[in-house]
Design a protein around this ligand. Structure first.
Ligand code: PGA
Length: 244
């Protein structure tokens, strides 16, 4: 089971990848099969070469269509061809900057469900929804219109990422995260088609807070942006969740 995922977003270069793996390898001594790195897609082959272990390489996004007139996209088949069998789906930056709708995200989940591919499906409420006490409603809407709208069986990880916590240095309390994770588990338990592999928390996870998050039975792992760009910091975060 995976429990620590690095989302490099639009960061990195060939030399960054080399330095990152040097630092991570020096500082992480746990189970590499429980760790995943999501570099920009163009660096997936290089990261696969550098990882020298069973650490997982994850895409940040994929296309769902079987059409080929789709300039700029990368298909699940292409990722598989490059030894990558995992992708983040529905990150709030894809939703908010690139206009991905619930329909698009549902189609991506559907595509993944029909292949031997693992997804880390991201959901989370906005600050306005959080402030007006509508977090549960927002999450329920996303689940209803995306994951629960599928007609296929699916095994997946979910990352609960409140949008207001991403890159802001602000986190919900552990109790708030736990109650949301409990709500997600309960909502999905009603569907026989969904097999939840784990629920991650994402949003301002750092070396400083990962230990506390890892103590919760309801937090199976973390999706880390900013703090994952430093191989040593991410090694420390992943070590907090290491079960070896
Ligand atoms: P952050 O990003 O750790 O920088 O808040 C998390 C994410 O966007 O997945």
């Amino acid at each position: 089971m995976i429990n620590a995922v690095a989302n490099w977003k639009l960061n990195g270069s060939a030399s960054f990848c080399h330095d990152w793996f040097d630092e991570f390898n020096e500082n992480f001594h746990g189970d590499r099969s429980a760790v995943a790195i999501a570099p920009p897609a163009i660096y997936i082959p290089l990261c696969n070469e550098l990882k020298q272990s069973n650490l997982n390489i994850c895409a940040q996004n994929l296309d769902f269509s079987n059409e080929t007139a789709r300039t700029g996209e990368i298909s699940l088949e292409m990722l598989t061809d490059m030894n990558c069998s995992m992708s983040i789906i529905g990150h709030s930056e894809r939703r908010n900057i690139f206009g991905e709708t619930s329909e698009t995200i549902k189609n991506k989940l559907d595509k993944v469900a029909r292949h031997t591919f693992t997804s880390i499906y991201c959901i989370g409420e906005s600050l306005a929804e959080y402030d007006s006490g509508k977090s549960l409603e927002a999450i329920k809407n996303q689940l209803d219109n995306e994951l629960l709208a599928l007609n296929t069986n699916i095994k997946l990880y979910i990352a609960y990422e409140p949008i207001w916590a991403i890159g802001s240095g602000k986190l919900p309390s552990t109790q708030e995260i736990e109650s949301m994770h409990g709500f997600i588990k309960e909502t999905l338990s009603l569907s026989a088609k969904i097999k939840l592999l784990g629920i991650f928390y994402g949003g301002s996870v750092s070396e400083e807070n990962s230990q506390e998050l890892s103590k919760s039975e309801l937090i199976d792992g973390v999706l880390v942006g900013g703090a994952s760009l430093n191989g040593k910091s991410f090694a420390k975060i992943a070590s907090s969740f290491d079960k070896v």
